[in-house]
Design a protein around this ligand. Structure first.
Ligand code: S3P
Length: 429
């Protein structure tokens, strides 16, 4: 437990930073690099706990992976040469490792057991286990395979056509990864676009993947190694963008951030709320759009966030809720029931903490209503071991009337190990 007491800052933020590499893209680079034949070099890899779990998983499956900070080199003989793990695989706190690895392990013709930390152990795995069983994998686990720990007997998969019952890029990716091992065509149909990094990266690794309307098709094939540059994580940038949007007099830039359309809901929300935001230096690299974002503080107003927008900003909702407390009028968030299934029940975690800090938040089954604008008081708050809740609370301290004491900030290392260092570099002396 690492408790922290954050004194109010109440001065403008200025300057520029680069946030660490994208978490979703870092996971996928390790996965595809391990399945591809040859040497894959990854630069700007997110050296956080979740992504290291994915590296560990493939090391257990016999892949040679060297990691030095944000540089990763993978030497693999291809997916056919992976070997049975001698030990259970530990997914830690990482939902992405668990769901995507289940897709890979379903395809591998041997036996694997896997488990996670207490938070991951109560997050649903049936959303991946069900399509894997339809493809022919044999998976058992707690509550009939709905939860970790789990045991997988993979191999002999058959392609399926699968319409996603939940708007989840993790489920989509698991089915596509299993499709790399399956007989015939595997098709995923999604009715709302979710992050498409798996599709982009499969193309970058030479895969023949067909994307037409809302269907994605893939077949059993070999991948070739590639070099991957991981763009800055817009989900991490969101905490700094929000800080600059609410601390009076602030103006900051975040450079080389991923601007993939399936992830930029936070930019649309900031603009709709009235933030002064500009994007420059756009370019495409390793199949992903990147650029620099500048935000200058401006008065904000409440908005409605719902429907197809939700998957484009699902991980940013904790900090968006904080923004909403500083916006004039009501902000309504709906269609976001998935928040209840994240590292913690984020609807309750957001509402209980912000209420303690003087905000006016009403929860609903699938979201919340935030009545702004209210000042942020100080006091004791709880991160629930959730990195995005902890960082949202740290941002709140910038504009608080009194010190905010967060019970435990160690989870921040999951996605943004240098968060406080970067925040400090933006603090005007
Ligand atoms: C992720 C997808 C999202 C997101 C998570 C990362 C991914 O989860 O919340 O942080 O890398 O595919 P869902 O697929 O459950 O929506």
């Amino acid at each position: 437990m690492t408790e922290i007491k954050l004194k109010p800052f109440q001065k403008p933020l200025t300057g520029e930073v680069e946030v660490p590499g994208d978490k979703s893209i870092s996971h996928r680079a390790v996965i595809l690099g391990s399945l591809a034949k040859g040497t894959t070099n990854i630069t700007n890899f997110l050296n956080g706990e979740d992504c290291r779990r994915t590296i560990d998983a493939f090391r257990k499956l016999g892949v040679t992976i060297e990691q030095e900070g944000t540089s990763v080199t993978i030497h693999s003989d291809g997916k056919e040469k992976l070997t049975e793990a001698k030990q259970p695989i530990y997914f830690g706190n990482s939902g992405t490792t668990a769901r995507l690895m289940l897709g890979v392990l379903a395809g591998l013709p041997f036996f694997t057991t896997a488990y996670g930390d207490p938070s991951l152990t109560i997050r649903p795995m049936d959303r991946v286990v069900q399509p894997m069983r339809l493809m022919g994998a044999s998976i058992t686990g707690r509550e009939k395979g709905s939860y970790l720990p789990t045991a997988i007997n993979g191999g002999n998969l058959k392609g399926i056509s699968y319409t996603l019952p939940v708007k989840s890029a993790q489920v989509k990716s698991a089915v596509l990864l299993a499709g790399l091992f399956a007989e015939d065509v595997t098709e995923v149909i999604e009715h709302a676009a979710t992050r498409n990094h798996s599709e982009n990266m499969l193309e970058a690794f030479g895969a023949d993947i067909v994307i037409k309307d809302n269907a994605i098709r893939i077949t059993n094939q070999s991948l070739s190694a590639a070099n991957v540059y991981v763009p800055g994580d817009i989900s991490s940038a969101a905490f700094l963008l929000a800080s600059a949007a609410i601390v009076p007099g602030s103006s900051i830039s975040i450079n080389n951030v991923g601007l993939n359309k399936t992830r930029t809901g936070i930019i649309d929300v900031l603009l709709e709320m009235g933030a002064n935001l500009n994007i420059s230096n756009k370019k495409s690299i390793s199949g992903e759009l990147i650029g620099d974002i500048t935000v200058t503080q401006e008065d904000l107003k409440g908005i409605v966030i719902e429907g197809a927008m939700i998957p484009r900003l699902i991980d940013e909702i904790p900090v968006i809720a904080l923004l909403a407390t500083q916006a004039e009028g009501d902000t309504v968030i709906r269609d976001a029931k998935e928040l209840r299934l994240k590292e913690t029940d984020r609807i309750e975690a957001i509402a209980s903490n912000l209420t303690k800090l003087g905000a006016n938040v009403e929860t609903t089954e699938d979201g919340m209503v935030i009545h702004g604008k209210t000042s942020i008081t100080g006091g004791k708050v709880v991160s629930y071991d959730d990195h995005r809740i902890a960082m949202m609370l740290a941002v709140a301290s910038l504009i608080a009337d009194d010190a905010i004491i967060i019970d435990d900030i160690s989870s921040i290392a999951i996605s943004y190990p240098d968060f406080f260092k970067h925040l400090d570099t933006l603090k005007t002396p």
